[in-house]
Design a protein around this ligand. Structure first.
Ligand code: ADP
Ligand code: MG
Length: 352
């Protein structure tokens, strides 16, 4: 579902650096742990509780992620795999609880994004082969296959939910939550952490994260990834409850006959979206941030602003293929840009 990240995120180092330099005697320790889930490294940093409490919470969250991975796998025989098989039959069926809320939530976000975020294009994603952890060596699907898949027009609005019953008016729809599951899962895990009495934490899945609270009432300092996939482009301070998600063309890709194909597909063309290198979104909810980063990547430098407004997103940074940075003024105010001589294009104000 989500590839193994080769890079180590600089976020922990930044948090630690912020604490070390704060000069307080009774600093609260950041208790950091790392585990593998969704095929990605998950870093959980907890502040303000005992080591025992943090260890118990970490064990519970690790278990949550293992279960979510099983439940939301698009092609393994778990709950989502079953839903996908039943969708293809055109009959009405009862949706398992682990998938029901995901469908409801992602359908809403797909509509707001004008279907640029479209988790119904599972068959198209399969055709591109971006499911494997290492797609290198693949080749693009035949144009006729892409045409055929596009003609089927799968959309989340084909799914009719009646209570817990689901029916798809389009048997060619296949759900793929590769652009959403990580965010949705982080939100569930943060709810769980709070239930366990944890108020200050960062849950970071391969560079996409949600932070709650703050260490000793100081903000967390978070690095935003460079579109090259290496190092930080900027940093931003976060206190309270915010998620930061980045979608980039460096995540999963393959090269065929000298051309590179990445894993974020424009549902209108059936091909990897063009014009964007990376998009970073800040939003309270991780699920929305995840879906929006993908949607705005597809929308590209000319249309991201309209889609961000529709999705209710207030902070966006988009790096286009030429290296120009597009962002809204509120985002610029929050960012510490590491690089000089950047070409920056400011949008009008996004809805406050
Ligand atoms: P990341 O892999 O960094 O989390 P995204 O959140 O953008 O990146 O998710 C990309 C994944 O989402 C792809 O691997 C694929 O499974 C799926 N996907 C690709 N294009 C779309 C799209 N337009 N809408 C919804 N899901 C998509
Ligand atoms: Mg996403």
């Amino acid at each position: 579902m989500i590839s193994v990240q080769k890079r180590l995120t600089p976020i922990l180092l930044l948090i630690l650096a912020a604490l070390i330099t704060s000069g307080c005697e009774q600093q609260e320790e950041v208790i950091a742990t790392r585990f593998l889930a969704f095929g990605t490294l998950i870093d959980l940093s907890i502040v303000g509780v005992s080591k025992e409490q943090a260890a118990a919470a970490t064990a519970a969250i690790e278990k949550d992620f293992a279960q979510m991975h099983k439940a939301w796998h698009a092609w393994d025989p778990g709950p989502l795999g079953r839903v996908n098989r039943l969708i293809a039959t055109g009959t009405s069926f009862v949706v398992p609880p682990s998938v029901l809320e995901m469908i409801r939530h992602s359908k809403q976000l797909a509509i707001e994004s004008e279907h640029l975020f479209n988790p119904a294009i599972g068959h198209l994603i399969d055709a591109w082969g971006f499911h494997s952890d290492d797609p290198e060596g693949h080749k693009p699907p035949h144009p006729e296959i892409i045409d055929q898949l596009l003609r089927q027009k799968p959309r989340m609005t084909d799914l009719e939910l009646d209570g817990i019953n689901l029916r798809s008016s389009n048997p060619n729809l296949k759900l793929d939550f590769g652009a959403f599951g990580k965010g949705f899962g982080i939100d569930l895990a943060i709810d769980h952490l709070r239930q366990m009495g944890i108020e200050n934490a960062i849950l970071n899945a391969g560079g996409d994260l949600r932070a709650i609270g703050s260490p000793r009432n100081r903000p967390w300092r978070i690095a935003i990834r460079h579109p090259s996939g290496k190092g930080a482009l900027a940093s931003v301070e976060v206190s309270g409850d915010e998620s930061i998600f980045t979608s980039g063309d460096y995540e999963r890709k393959f090269t065929w006959k000298g051309k590179t194909y990445h894993h974020i597909i424009d549902p209108r063309t059936g091909y990897p979206a063009r014009g964007t290198s990376s998009v970073t979104v800040i939003h309270p909810e991780a699920a929305t941030a995840d879906a929006a980063a993908t949607a705005l990547f597809v929308a590209g430098p000319d249309n991201w602003y309209n889609i961000a407004r529709k999705m209710g997103v207030k902070y966006v940074l988009l790096v286009d293929k030429t290296g120009t940075i597009h962002m809204n003024p509120a985002m610029q105010t929050r960012l510490k840009l590491d690089e000089k001589k950047l070409k920056i294009q400011l949008s009008p104000v996004l809805a406050e």
